[in-house]
Design a protein. Sequence first.
Length: 202
Amino acid sequence: MAPARPSGSHGEAVLASKPMRRTFGLIAAVLVVAVVVAACGGDDEASSGFAQAVDAPSDRRDAPELSVPRLDGSGDLTLEEFAGTPVVLNFWASWCGPCRTETPALIEFANERPEVKVVGVAVDDDPDDSRRFAEELDIPYDLATDRQGGQAARFQVQGLPVTVIVDADGRVVTTWFGEITREDLDLFADQVTTGGSGQPQQ
């Protein structure tokens, strides 16, 4: 996860000097590598995820535009088509171990919490492999593919899995880096459907 942006006493952004920016860049690069290694580096014990702070409704930003081919070939999938419904946007790949581990929780959640739409986007993955993965696990929710990862990059995806929680107004509530659990999904769903204030366990 990228370092928090420094701010002044009244919330205004503080501009770092060039040496400081270089330092922040190096730190961010190290953190990105750590996320990739922990998430999909083959370490079965490094499976827990972490989230950015959950933004209050007044602080949420609009989700980036998303337009990706559906995995079943039936056209493009966009976030706009789910307007008015909260979305759990999960970025995954068939070759990613933690993605496979978390998928049953996403499937169960999608089946039991229909008030929240689950959408999966396969990143940097061969569509045939993605389809086999989806068929093997009998994934019921909408799936799409982002072969080059350009769309995923708009959502700060630098390692997998990553799950973005989008509210019914199309604004980002938080981004979860790493494997997500059913408990975390339920807590996020409660926040975007009832305004609950529970924080996921990190």
